[in-house]
Design a protein around this ligand. Structure first.
Ligand SMILES: *Cc1c(COP(=O)(O)O)cnc(C)c1O
Length: 803
């Protein structure tokens, strides 16, 4: 938008007076932040309503991206950047004696997600608005985001994250758009006499779903899409309601949108979770139908104007819910309703790990959603009947939705939609060949791949301004919307000056991060060291343990050979563990105890440091990633569906140290063998071990001297304070089979780390690798990912920039 600095300053002062009746001098950062937020809203208002109007008038097909999580991060700078007024506002504020960065810190980081899945949804809505795709997010407005993590004595302690305490400046409560969602009770069907059945509900609990809308601003294109998050409230009461029963009911209802479940890649069969899933699904689908009817096209054309996307199985109840509306409210017959539902729905699979697969007991659904369970059973019955004619009985039985008293959500999502995609090439292949192979035999054309992506606007333009300016000076700024233009940087691969400038940018970022560590943790780290980063949820399959065992091996090496020729290293971890995931929490404690041991050992000096930042989230990621030299992507091959921190880190010039898992495979393809450091078992080797059962972790403990020494340290008191954890972890590896092949990959990992050490010493070689990583990262922009979803799955228009 056009905005002069003078106009901005006037607007800002005027808004401050209007909202707070304050002059500039009396105001503090909090008032200034809210004033700026309100001003941005006023700037956006016109384009927001224009965008919505245009979608309706032009009869555009619209996409609704259903996700249980949206891990947005702070929105202030992102909104300013996308409006094209970041610099104007920064300068204007500075004239008024206000530091924009101080206002940024006022905004709470809305943690409405666990990790990669929620962050993907956030990158997607940014990219969809920028790519001019008529697409909106649909989710839950959790009162409490993901817990705040504190370390007490090295143990993770969880504190509530009350992010709404001071209000959310970006949202608008839309009371007129509220809908009713029904739970419990009994339902029976009656013939209407007009050829359809009418459901009658008795004793159902009614919940009012109230939407809160936030603007999703496209980058410099006047498009403003909507993120709609639903909050659960008590419906208006009649006068006969007893006060105490009202209070009781209110607490029960409001708890639906109170907390985000903190489990990442792990399924918890709790009733409240099922309520949450149906709550935002039913509210979202009802509101879509209501909106669709404004076009007056007749319900039979729904799939031409609406696409509903199911992000993992959490919103898979979209399928029976749309069926319910089409049957019970629109009086369609089953075949037409089913055809329409399939054509409307599409589904993304995010995991192959069995512990993450949702499987709800049928009695639970029966109690909570009596009408929905009838529809699910009928879908299942017809599936068996119709497919039974075409395919082998065993094949159909193994793919049923209802089995062993459970509803398998992934099966429902595949059967009820026209597209199922994996999130990286390797992951999609594993789905087709192994995990979902029976479905692939039945529906080969439904399967497709959409490799995940990240928005370069947040993860480079905002998070790493020094690098952004360097790139702009070298190749211009087209990469903001045409990210593969970054490839032009390759022209500078032999240019010493550019490589030195790149090194200088990295050094600046490392100094900045070192200052943060010093101020927040009281720990001094050396910016000349290699900053080696592993930031992601704590999970056994991600193998933070492999990293830690290697750190211990370096520590012992330095203790025994102080003269050992190692380039100084700072190992940086950020990770939250699910509160109920005992093993992950033991690993956190162990990492913290090892940090305590190493960081305070005078023999080690600054050759080795271990930094475990507290409360990892989007804002911390934005601080750490620009300062990273090495990106640790070391999951056991086949386990990480895609990964996205691998993409963020390469975009910021870190070199990837990786197994051939998830999108690492594609990163290798794009940067080339020489610009990535690989190690470890391959997927086929892992499957081979599963098949013949020949992996014996104990042998590695017995025969590998370095490992023996390191593993013994877990149980011989070398690591003070973590004795119990040391034993538990030792046992998991040595006695109980080492499920994720940590010991098997240890030597290969250590050798890869030595290669890193050697490569880093030649600054020009290293910076050339960094440059090629940055130059090759454009293809991993979520702009391209969503453009592919738009054309290949949703059949909607987008502004496509050729790759
Ligand atoms: C990108 C991101 C993730 C995902 O990281 P992976 O290494 O791909 O698991 C998790 N949390 C946050 C805060 C992120 O920004």
């Amino acid at each position: 938008m056009d905005l002069s600095k003078r106009k901005f300053k006037e607007d800002f002062k005027k808004m401050l007076t209007e909202v707070y009746s304050m002059g500039l001098k009396e105001s503090e950062a909090t008032e200034q932040f809210f004033t700026l937020g309100n001003l941005i809203r006023s700037y956006v208002a016109k384009n927001w309503s224009r965008t919505n109007q245009a979608y309706i008038e032009k009869g555009k097909k619209q996409v609704y991206y259903f996700s249980m999580e949206f891990l947005l991060g702070r929105m202030l700078k992102s909104n300013l950047l996308n409006l094209g007024i970041l610099e104007t506002v920064r300068d204007g504020l500075s004239d008024l004696g206000i530091d924009l960065e101080a206002l940024v810190q006022i905004e709470p980081d809305p943690g409405l997600g666990n990790g990669g899945l929620g962050r993907l949804a956030a990158c997607f809505i940014d990219s969809m608005a920028t790519s001019e795709i008529p697409a909106h997010g649909n989710g839950i407005r959790y009162k409490y985001g993901l817990f705040k993590q504190k370390f007490v004595n090295g143990y993770q302690v969880e504190l509530p994250e009350n992010w709404l305490q001071n209000g959310n400046v970006w949202e608008t409560r839309k009371m007129h758009a509220a809908v009713t969602v029904r739970f419990y009770g009994h339902v029976w069907l009656e013939h209407s006499g007009k050829g359809y059945l009418v459901p009658h509900y008795e004793d159902a609990q009614e919940v009012l779903a109230v939407p809160y809308d936030s603007a999703v601003i496209g980058f410099n294109n006047e498009i403003v899409n909507t993120l709609r998050l639903w909050s659960a409230e008590v419906p208006p009461q009649d006068e006969s309601t007893d006060y105490w029963s009202f209070i009781h009911q209110r607490n029960e209802i409001e708890s639906i949108s109170e907390v985000l479940y903190p489990d990442d890649s792990n399924y918890e069969g709790r009733l409240l979770r099922l309520k949450q899933e149906y709550f935002f699904v039913s509210a979202g689908v009802q509101s879509i139908i209501r909106h669709y009817k404004k076009m007056h096209l007749g319900i039979e054309h729904l799939a031409e104007k609406v696409a509903i996307h199911i992000n993992d199985t959490h919103p898979a109840l979209c399928i029976p819910e749309l069926m319910r509306i089409l049957l019970d409210e629109e009086h369609m017959d089953w075949e037409h309703a089913w055809h329409l539902t399939i054509n409307t729905m599409s589904y993304t699979n995010h995991t192959i790990m069995t512990e993450a697969m949702e499987k709800w007991p049928i009695e639970m659904i029966q109690t909570l959603l009596p009408r929905i369970v009838q529809i699910i059973c009928e879908i299942d019955r017809r599936y068996v009947m119709e497919m039974g004619r075409l395919f082998d009985t065993d094949l159909i039985q193994s793919t049923r939705i209802v089995e062993g008293g459970h509803v398998r959500m992934a099966h429902m999502a595949i059967i009820g939609s026209h597209s199922i995609n994996g999130v990286a090439q390797l992951h999609t292949n594993i789905l087709k060949e192994k995990v979902l192979h029976p479905f692939y035999l039945i529906y080969p054309s439904k399967f497709n791949n959409k490799t995940n992506g990240i928005t370069q606007r947040r993860w480079l333009m905002l998070a790493n301004e020094p690098l952004r300016h360097l790139i702009d000076r070298k190749i211009g700024n087209e990469w903001a919307t045409m990210p593969t233009e970054l490839k032009m940087l390759k022209a500078f691969r032999e240019d010493k000056r550019t490589l030195q400038e790149l090194a200088e940018v990295k050094r600046q970022n490392k100094v900045r991060f070192a200052r943060f560590v010093e101020e927040s943790m009281g720990l001094e780290i050396n910016p000349e060291a290699i900053f080696d980063v592993q930031i992601k949820r704590l999970h056994a399959y991600k193998r933070q343990l492999l990293n830690l065992l290697h750190i211990l091996s370096l520590y012992f090496k330095l203790k025994e050979h102080p003269e050992a020729d190692l380039h100084p290293r700072v190992f940086i971890f950020g990770a939250k563990a699910a509160p109920s995931y005992t093993y992950a929490k033991q690993i956190i404690k162990l990492i913290n105890s090892v940090a305590e041991l190493i960081n305070h050992d005078p023999d080690i000096h600054d050759k080795l440091k271990l930094v475990f930042v507290e409360n990892y989230g989007v804002s911390l990621a934005e601080r750490i990633i620009p300062a990273a030299d090495v990106s640790e992507q070391i999951s056991l091959a086949s386990k990480e569906a895609s990964g996205t921190s691998n993409m963020k880190l390469m975009l910021n010039g870190a070199v990837t140290l990786a197994t051939l898992d998830g999108a690492n495979v594609e990163i290798r393809e794009h940067v080339g063998e020489d610009n990535i450091v690989l190690f470890g078992l391959r997927t086929d080797e892992v499957y081979h071990y599963y098949k013949d059962g020949t992996y014996h972790a104990h042998d590695y403990y017995e025969k590998n001297q370095v490992l023996h020494r390191v593993l013994n340290a877990l149980i011989d008191g070398t690591i003070p304070g973590a004795e119990a954890e040391g034993y538990a972890i030792f046992d998991s590896l040595v006695r109980y089979g080492d499920e994720y092949f940590v010991l098997r990959d240890f030597d290969d990992y250590a050798a890869a780390q030595e290669r890193i050490d050697r490569l880093y010493r030649d600054s020009l070689i290293w910076q050339k690798m960094a440059l090629i990583n940055i130059a090759s990262a454009g293809i991993f922009s979520s702009d391209y990912t969503v453009q592919q979803y738009a054309s290949q799955i949703w059949d909607v228009s987008s502004k496509v920039h050729r790759i």
